[in-house]
Write a protein that binds this ligand. Sequence first.
Ligand SMILES: [Mn+2]
Length: 325
Amino acid sequence: MKEQITKALELLEKSNSVAVLSHDRPDGDAIGSVVGLGLMLEAVGKRVTILNNDGVPHTLHFLPASDRVTVAAEGAFYEVDLIIALDSAGKDRIGDRVWNCLPEKAPVINIDHHVSNTAYGDINIIDDSSPATGEIVFDLATAAGWKVTKEVAENLFAAISTDTGSFCYPNTTAKTFRAAAQMIEAGVDVGKINQQLYESFPLKRVECIRDLLQDMKISFGGKCASVRLTAAIKKKLNLGPGDTEGVVDIIRAIDTVIVAVFFEELDGGKIRVSSRSKDISANVGRICESFGGGGHNLAAGARMKGPIEEAERRFLEAVGKVLPT
Ligand SMILES: [Mn+2]
């Protein structure tokens, strides 16, 4: 990875204008990473365009400079000489609309922590032992000697905190805490940012949880819990992308549960699956891969064919095969 970081910094040295991309339906790690990196690149004199397919979920609007994220518009074009893709396992996760806005000849630096990353970049900085792309961006900043300002630190702290379940998941290391400590030294107010991240949800999110728990399904003798977010519930509560981020962790917290799954009916009939596991032997990353998705061993996602009942049946069947007895 060191070698890839050196190559990336050499390429950056030669570039004047950089596009920084995240995946679609961005989460905290995606937004915190692109904004944090974007601000640091700007501080060393680059012209920076931050692009993605869906903008910033309103739950993350509080992050400084998050308004710098531009939604790639049909027909728009950005003449850049370097592209940096963050937190995106495959080119397709970023979306055609974003790639169509960018010159085909521009080299791509791919920075990510998904084990399923397809290494689609000209330079690939992939560390699947890292709990968040935000932590790799911090490593890059350290290697480059970029200044981590308070604004940068808040974005990277949010990136790492959200992808580690507030520094709780087993991939959280001493290095993760050291990075977080440096961000706190750079000015992050821990109490305030945690309140903004985890205690500032709109009422409709809690109403959504009420509806989901009403129909929660417990299977395999309590080892699996799943919920279904139907199009009807989304419409009733006017839910947008981001409103249900992290809901799967609520059912994951049941003592007997090893695998928790969240099914969501998307416009167009596809079913988005978000899964979590507490046990490495129940590898949800591999299950999601078998349905065309991917992610991490203990947190992964996929998009399946509808209807939602059928997707649920097929996915839970696969879960049943890997649950420890
Ligand atoms: Mn991530």
